[in-house]
Write a protein that binds this ligand. Structure first.
Ligand SMILES: Cc1cc2nc3c(=O)[nH]c(=O)nc-3n(C[C@H](O)[C@H](O)[C@H](O)COP(=O)(O)OP(=O)(O)OC[C@H]3O[C@@H](n4cnc5c(N)ncnc54)[C@H](O)[C@@H]3O)c2cc1C
Length: 455
């Protein structure tokens, strides 16, 4: 079967691209081997944020007294929590499926696609050929090669989606974004939670003050941390699962009734037959791409997590926009032009944009920093959620914003105001002149910039 465009995977780039190309009159094939919508919709962003919302409701109910509200008892119905999450996921996944099946000039194939030539893939018994092929195959949880892992039961973010009970003690391996969201959510659901992390601090890619502040917030909720776990090994300990933390001290370990692995992701590129199409990957299996996301095969583009240029829904969607604009409007867009921006959905959330303090120091840029605790943000005080801080970095010479870490209530939204300023290269003086809504977290951003000191 011959198509103008063939899209493999319905993650966050594929469906939008299929729709756009079909609108342009192209004959489009879409291949999906599992659930429509991929990771974000089925076992990533959507379900975790739905569960985070349930966990927040439980947390707020327990704190109701702080607000003068009497709640006599807080009880969690985990089956209902899961049912709510499932309903939200099902709506999204079905929506993507219906959308793809409804495309003009489109055809959907269910099955695993594998290259059999430079311009063709095999799906079940059909060989599909296309002028242009777009890979949006995403990734899956990494199961680390730690000793003993094959002999213990473990959960990943995928199998966590079927959990409809509160584990007695959830042992989470990995103190980064995914691990921490699950840690706080399950602690709020009522589990004892221990996070094991190999680095000497959680979210080690962030600045140290961010890691420490978040650890403090999570510890205050009763989450336990075992950091600097340099030599991980897994074993059974009675009915429990245990993680050895030190190879020299054999009895140094953390135990739990259930273990969740949240130590990273691997791209779904090992079973794509890439060699048959001359598509190169790096050592970790990510598909090599140029600035416009074209692979080493001039007919094939790689979008989303599988190209290693982002690990977020918005980076995948942005990949779609770049590829579509370049193909259809010759726009010359590059992924290297985008400014890093993301959020960590703990409560309070962390909103991050641009360069971190560590990156600024490494680049040798002379910079200024402004910082304000959330206790001095009226909106946070009124909401009774004053944990965290706002931190913004500014280049000393140009007075332009380089980056920010906003850890506090509403900061996943507030960070966008800074993102726009970074894109527009707005000088601090101009940013400060703009009138803002009271009371919001965003209204304090110009105030943070009034009190800058050398980094
Ligand atoms: C627990 C968790 C929480 C997350 N939360 C957030 C968040 O809050 N915000 C955020 O921005 N990001 C979040 N992410 C990351 C986000 O989910 C991904 O970055 C996003 O889904 C982009 O994925 P993608 O478009 O590359 O492909 P994916 O969504 O991974 O989809 C790839 C699709 O390709 C299909 N496929 C793979 N191989 C083949 C093949 N050979 N043939 C046919 N089909 C194939 C798969 O079945 C899948 O449906 C989270 C991730 C996890 C794991």
């Amino acid at each position: 079967m011959k198509f103008d465009a063939l899209i493999i995977g319905t993650g966050q780039a594929g469906p939008a691209l299929a729709a756009r190309l079909s609108k342009e009159g192209m004959k489009v094939a879409v291949v999906e081997k599992a659930k429509f919508g991929g990771t974000c919709v089925n076992d990533g962003c959507t379900p975790t944020k739905a569960l985070v919302a349930s966990a927040y409701a439980a947390h707020l109910a327990r704190r109701a007294g702080d607000y003068g509200v009497r709640v006599s008892s807080v009880a969690l119905n985990m089956k209902k929590v899961k049912a709510r999450k499932d309903a939200i996921v099902a709506r999204s996944s079905t929506g993507v499926g219906d959308w793809m099946r409804g495309l003009k000039n489109g055809k959907v194939f269910h099955g695993h696609a594998r290259f059999v030539g430079v311009d063709s893939v095999k799906v079940k018994n059909e060989v599909l050929t296309a002028d242009r092929i777009f890979l949006n195959v995403g990734g899956r949880p990494l199961v680390p090669k730690m000793p003993g892992i094959e002999s213990v039961p473990f959960l990943t973010n995928v199998s966590m989606m079927d959990v409809d009970f509160v584990p007695k003690h959830l042992l989470i391996v990995g103190g980064s974004y995914i691990g921490l969201e699950f840690a706080q959510m399950y602690r709020r659901f009522g589990a004892r939670v221990t996070v094991v992390e190999m680095a000497d601090r959680i979210i080690a890619r962030e600045d140290e003050d961010v890691s420490l502040a978040l650890q403090g917030i999570l510890e205050a909720e009763g989450i336990e941390f075992r950091l600097k776990a340099e030599c991980l090994n897994a074993h059974k300990h009675g009915k429990d699962v245990a993680i050895g933390l030190d190879c020299k001290e054999k009895d140094k370990h953390a135990r739990g009734s259930h273990m969740l692995l949240a130590v990273g992701r691997v791209p779904n590129t090992d079973d794509l037959g890439l060699e048959a199409a001359g598509i190169r990957t790096d050592k970790r299996g990510y598909i090599e791409v140029d600035d416009g996301l074209l692979t080493s095969n001039p007919r094939v583009w790689a979008l989303g997590d599988c190209n290693g240029k982002g690990a977020f829904t918005h980076t995948s969607y942005n990949d779609y926009e770049i590829v579509a604009d370049n193909l259809l409007s010759n726009a010359g867009r590059k992924y290297t032009d985008r400014i890093p921006v993301y959020a960590l959905y703990t409560d309070p959330p962390l909103g991050r944009v641009g360069m971190s303090e560590a990156e600024i120091r490494k680049a040798g840029i002379k910079a200024l920093v402004g910082k304000r605790p959330m206790t001095r943000v009226a909106r946070a005080v009124e909401k009774g959620e004053t944990q965290g801080f706002l931190k913004i970095h500014v280049e000393e010479s140009s007075k332009r914003i380089l980056g920010a870490a906003l850890l506090g209530v509403g900061c996943d939204e507030a960070v966008h105001s800074l993102l726009d300023a970074v894109y527009a290269r707005t000088p601090v003086t101009e940013f400060q002149r703009r009138m803002r809504i009271h009371p919001t977290v965003s209204e304090l951003l110009p105030t943070v910039l009034e009190d800058l000191r050398p980094l």
